[in-house]
Design a protein around this ligand. Structure first.
Ligand code: GDP
Length: 294
């Protein structure tokens, strides 16, 4: 997914090739190229400017070691700054309570249901007893999809077909989990094609009433700047704990991955890289920065 960005960054660093030292002039040229590459990859303009200003400041402030060329130094600084921009270090989800409730939010089509299954499989592998809950009362197919995933990964799915009250379903599911000894409850909620008031009210009331241990916001990385804007809107209403970036296997330009943490100030916790249940990874900012730099 970062092929284009990696190529452009590499080309930017090459503008320093052959120069013996870092100067105000040659750094300015390279940094401008880096900024352009980031903006082309759909990174928010302000974020791109901030990070490249930092790269420039760092580069001018550091003595170039004899063994390191200006190009190598700039690659290293860029990697450090991108890592910081994406949150610095890995952040885990919180699984507390009996049962621990994990609420999954996001727009329709973002990959919520698929991710709910993946998270269930991931936690089951850690030895947890998981219950998946289908709370998408508007899209019956979503519940069917969750049931199919559940039987594929060997996890029970709680649903109440016909019941239009998501909160009631979730509360009943929690009671069911207590009775059946399931310690972790993953609630897949309804999504709409765009943010709307009814959806926001529903998910906010689920969060307020259920007091989840973790609320995750799932977003399609292919939607670029829109992903960042939707994240902002959801966070204002939901104050979620973490972000799940999906479809990173697609031809997204990567801008969402780079900007979202900085703009929303919430950590990315998982990345999804395909439709299969095993296509789930924890998010490591340093590894992602390395991938971006090719
Ligand atoms: P929901 O409406 O938010 O529950 O979204 P779904 O889980 O139904 O996903 C929408 C579509 O995206 C489905 O066809 C999924 O198979 C697909 N999908 C989900 N995650 C990924 C991913 O990481 N990569 C790819 N390529 N497709 C994905």
């Amino acid at each position: 997914m970062f092929d284009n960005l990696s190529y452009k960054l590499d080309r930017a660093f090459k503008t320093l090739k052959g120069t013996g030292k870092i100067t105000e002039i040659n750094v300015a040229t390279t940094v401008k190229e880096i900024r352009r590459a980031l903006i082309d990859a759909d990174v928010n303009y302000k974020v791109a400017k901030e990070v490249t200003d930092k790269i420039k400041e760092e580069a001018l402030g550091r003595d170039v070691l004899i063994a390191v060329s200006p190009g190598q130094l700039l690659v290293k600084i860029t990697q450090e700054e991108l890592t910081q921009l994406m949150g610095g270090s890995k952040e885990e989800i919180s699984i507390k309570g009996d049962p621990a409730v994990i609420l999954i939010s996001g727009l329709q089509g973002s990959g919520k249901t698929t991710f709910s299954g993946k998270l269930g499989a991931y936690l089951k592998k850690q030895g947890r007893q998981v219950l998946l809950v289908g709370c998408d009362v508007y899209r019956p197919a979503a519940v069917e999809q969750l049931k199919t995933l559940g039987s594929q990964i060997g996890i029970e799915v709680y649903a109440e077909p016909g019941n239009q009250n998501a909160l009631q379903i979730a509360q009943n599911a929690i009671e069911f989990a207590k009775k059946s000894g399931k310690k972790t409850v993953i609630i897949d909620t309804a999504g709409r094609l765009a943010v709307d008031e009814a959806m926001m009210n529903e998910i906010s009331s689920l969060k307020e009433t259920l007091n989840p241990s973790e609320t995750l916001f799932v977003v399609d990385s292919m939607t670029g700047q829109d992903a960042v804007n939707t994240a902002k809107t959801f966070d204002e209403r939901l104050d979620f704990d973490g972000v799940v970036l999906t479809k990173l296997d697609g031809d997204s330009r990567g801008g969402a991955a780079i900007s979202i943490r900085h703009v929303v100030n919430k950590p990315i916790k998982f990345i999804s890289t395909g439709e299969k249940m095993e296509n789930l990874d924890l998010f490591y900012p340093d590894r992602m920065a390395q991938r971006i730099l090719g």
